[in-house]
Design a protein around this ligand. Sequence first.
Ligand code: NIG
Ligand code: FE
Length: 402
Amino acid sequence: MSMLITGIGELVTCDGGTEGAVEDPLHAGLGVLRDAAVVVGGGGEDTAPVVEWIGPADRAPAADWAVDLEGRAVVPGFVDSHSHLVFAGDRSAEFAARMSGTPYDGGGIAVTVSATRAASDGELRSLLQHRVQEMRSQGTTTVEVKSGYGLTVEDEVRALRLGGEVTSEVTYLGAHVVPPERRDGSSGGRAAYLDLVCGEMLEACAPYARWVDVFCEPASPHAFDGEESRRVLEAGRAAGLGLRVHGNQLGEGPGVRLAVELGAASVDHCTYLSDADVEALAGGGTVATLLPGVEFSTRQPYPDARRLLDAGVEVAVATDCNPGTCYSSSMPLMIALAVREMGMTPAEALLAATVGGAQALRRNDIGRVVVGRRADLAVVDAPSWLHIPYRVGVPVVRALEI
Ligand code: NIG
Ligand code: FE
């Protein structure tokens, strides 16, 4: 079965090499085609639909069926490369406290851990599915999902198993924080938890995950320092997992340089960066993933994306959707914040939310609209993709159901 999509007012391929693309600074690198058509084919129970043809609408080939978008813009579906969607419970009061000055230090994670442990599989699954649906309805077609609110072998495996029901980008985050029951300084405490995370828990979790992550944050008493983080990442790598790091969220620290040194795919947050961090990122193969919803929801300063881009660092933008630091599933909001608060042009922000996210997941089949790649498309209910940041807060973009 093939489908012809016509009436595309503006097709944003996010592929800089697109022939015949609009050439002006506003559209730099976006590969924008006007009055284009796309043919999508394949796609079955287990295979994703693929882009078979892209070209001018008046030269489009016939297909089994057609859809007319009546002048709307089309962009690649967003790649949300950082989220914590498997959780139960409510922390809205913590948000309210932050808005009146209480700083974030990771302590609230314990609240979500106990609510998540107490939830049944069915409850967690339905919360997770609802959040993924919420994302699709705002244009996200790929999402990475972390564990990290279980913090026992059984609860971490469960989170990863459920995550695997909605995405192939599943991340083991047993090293989110030291769980509350192990903070008493006893022999079953911090050191024993780290042994578990790098031993039995990793062994049980690795078959369900593609990535390992660690909350590397010496500024939080609950998270992990540089040496502890190195141990987690090296153990994860030895178990066959790719590396990701939560780094430099609450202050400058070792996270960014450790991520680059160990060849992590991405280091996420990057809120506080020294010149040496920026230099390391510019010279390494690690993507800096910025999560502006976190700064919005914690009243921290936004990271300076301009500084990173000007240094030649690869940048992604993601939601970090989680109950503590950012309970927003909205990539359009992150794009708007990236433009308004982090010094990115609209084109840079859209690229960071698509190809940037793909790169942060080391994927080349998503994030662009290219013949032969996955047909993950999002439709903007407007004549131009620019309405994504321009109409902030208005639901103008959704994943195209094919
Ligand atoms: O990415 N920083 C660590 N983890 C999450 C927050 C988790 C929570 O507070 O529940 C983050 O910001
Ligand atoms: Fe996170």
